[in-house]
Design a protein around this ligand. Structure first.
Ligand code: NAP
Length: 518
């Protein structure tokens, strides 16, 4: 939506958004599962490009629920009169660059044909639902749902025997809410996960006023730090203080709630021992909260460093296992063998279920892009160019695909950040790039092969300097999708550094891009 507005209002271009859904909102349109809410602070999880927009929207909670965020995005669409250039219910099948005319030809699933000088994808990083290929799903006599394709009319869990597969951010949000309604909830856990309490609360009028009055300062913090959240990571090491002091710091973060817990020490994501101090603290909390020692041990048996996967932020997740109607199954010990007409058959037993919820994540970062048949110069397909994993420059452009831009694509820091600042940065960069092209009479821009080689190297080097690749089953690595190349996809060098690199590239005359007038 911001890219549309920028093309239209800043550059005076005619632009059209093609959207598969029957409404705006992207991830917040699709992810309507119970408990879906933001894990970033509401005052920062918003557009900052318009002061008037900041002033006229009031968030109700620290971590708002999905319907409120969807209302906000609809408000943005209306406020900036975006709907007249958004074509809904239009899934794109293919995009092909025609060299002779230097235009993109885009075809929808319905066969509609569009042409454009520039093609920008804003298909989201976590938008291609991963329904696992467990044998027997079509035999299941009950109802099943993936959280990322949730029915608009909701699901009635009342008194039902429900199974949830998956304990990532989504499962961890959904489980407490489903448990409150279900007759019995069985959680199927393959990988135990850290989770931080959200401590969600209504926002006071005073805080709302503060956030509006200080929006420039808040934006400055978000754009000058590593993760685009409205807080800085402190400069101390976990070993700059005594054990008691460290524990008190973690305790304060736990009490405050939210992702700010990660800011306690600068070395949590780069030093294994420092990381272990946080990991042990959270494991201790799980044992304190969960009354049944066997269940607590299973939940705390976490095999990767803290924050090597994006840490879920929960409301009463671990507490939910103290309910009589909730049980936990260890899929590491007894894997799912198949789905039967009656429920889920593991290596140990058959669990009879009326509803199965797959909170099994997404074919992240490349899934939605590669579902579109994208063809660049000389018939080169994006799926071939990326057969060994995504290869691009700055996460923005792919060699061989002229005038094609990817917002928050692989190779950008987006998913390691608070998303809205990352999105705004990409949109601003693309908009200014196209402004430059038009002012200078440049017809085509394309990342060079050597620039892509350099960037793939940078992305790998940045990840290797952290503990992130140590979560070997993470979607950051594509490891959650069978057969997907194992490549660390996001840029882990930090948002501020990334912004600087992108700005330097521009100041050096779009270094690493080939610009041509013909
Ligand atoms: P996810 O992190 O990929 O978690 C998927 C879960 O499903 C994992 O526990 C995974 O286990 C399990 N799973 C997958 N296939 C399975 C199978 N065949 N059998 C058993 N278990 C299986 O997905 P997600 O929870 O949807 O979260 C994805 C990302 O979306 C998050 O990291 C976050 O960035 C974003 N998100 C954000 C919010 C928010 O803003 N509040 C909320 C939800 C999601 P393994 O780990 O063993 O593979």
């Amino acid at each position: 939506m911001y890219q549309l507005l920028s093309f239209r209002d800043k550059l005076g271009l005619s632009a059209k958004v093609l959207e598969a859904a029957n409404g705006v909102g992207g991830t917040w349109y699709w992810n309507r599962y119970p408990g879906a809410r933001c894990d970033s602070e509401s005052h920062s999880y918003a557009y900052y490009f318009s002061k008037a927009l900041i002033q006229d929207w009031n968030w109700s909670e620290r971590f708002p629920q999905q319907p409120e965020i969807l209302r906000y995005l609809n408000h943005v669409a209306d406020r900036f009169d975006l709907r007249r250039d958004i074509q809904l219910n239009t899934r794109v099948r293919s995009g092909r660059h025609d060299q002779a005319s230097n235009r993109w030809h885009v075809i929808s699933e319905a066969g509609e044909h569009f042409t454009a000088t520039y093609l920008v994808t804003a298909v989201g990083c976590l938008s291609s639902a991963n329904v696992p290929g467990i044998p027997g799903l079509s035999d299941f006599a009950g109802d099943w749902y993936h959280t990322g394709q949730w029915p608009h009319e909701g699901v009635n869990f009342s008194g039902k025997r429900v199974g949830v597969v998956g304990t990532g951010s989504t499962g961890i949000q959904a489980i407490p809410v489903i448990a409150a309604d279900a007759g019995h909830l069985t959680v199927f856990q393959r990988t135990a996960n850290y989770s931080l309490p959200a401590r969600n609360a209504s926002l006071t009028e005073e805080f709302r006023r503060y956030a509006k009055e200080h929006s420039d300062d808040i934006r400055k913090v978000m754009t000058s730090n590593t993760n685009a959240h409205p807080f800085y990571i402190t400069d101390r090491s976990a070993f700059d203080c005594s054990d008691e002091e460290r524990k008190a710091i973690f305790e304060a973060g736990w009490k405050k709630g939210g992702l700010e817990f990660r800011t306690a020490f600068r070395d949590l994501l780069i030093d294994e021992k420092a990381n272990k101090t946080a990991a042990d603290f959270i494991r201790g909390k799980i044992h304190d909260i969960v009354k049944d020692p066997k269940t607590a041990a299973l939940l705390a048996d976490i095999d990767h460093p803290f924050a090597a996967k994006r840490p879920p932020v929960d409301s009463q997740y671990f507490e939910t296992y103290n309910r009589d109607n909730v049980s936990l199954v260890n899929l590491r010990e007894t894997p799912i063998e198949r789905i039967t007409a009656k429920g889920i058959q593991t290596a140990a037993q058959e669990f009879e279920l009326e509803i199965i919820v797959f909170a099994t994540g997404f074919d992240a970062m490349t899934g939605s892009l590669l579902k579109i048949d994208i063809e660049g110069r000389n018939g080169m397909k994006l799926s071939d160019a990326w057969s060994a994993g995504p290869r691009n420059y700055l996460g923005l452009q792919v060699p061989g695909f002229p005038n094609f831009f990817t917002i928050t694509g692989p190779g950008s820091p987006s998913v390691l950040c608070n998303m809205p600042p990352a999105i705004e940065h990409h949109v601003d960069w693309i908009t200014e790039c196209i402004r430059h092209m038009r002012e200078q009479g440049i017809a085509r821009i394309e990342a060079t092969e050597s620039a892509a080689d350099y960037w793939v190297h940078e992305v790998n080097a940045a990840a290797s300097a952290t503990l992130l690749p140590r979560a070997t089953h993470s979607w950051f690595l594509g490891a959650n999708i069978p057969g997907k190349p194992r490549v660390f996809m996001p840029y882990a060098g930090g948002f501020a550094k990334y912004r600087q690199i992108c700005a330097d590239v521009v100041s050096k005359g779009y270094e690493g891009f080939s610009l041509s007038r013909s």
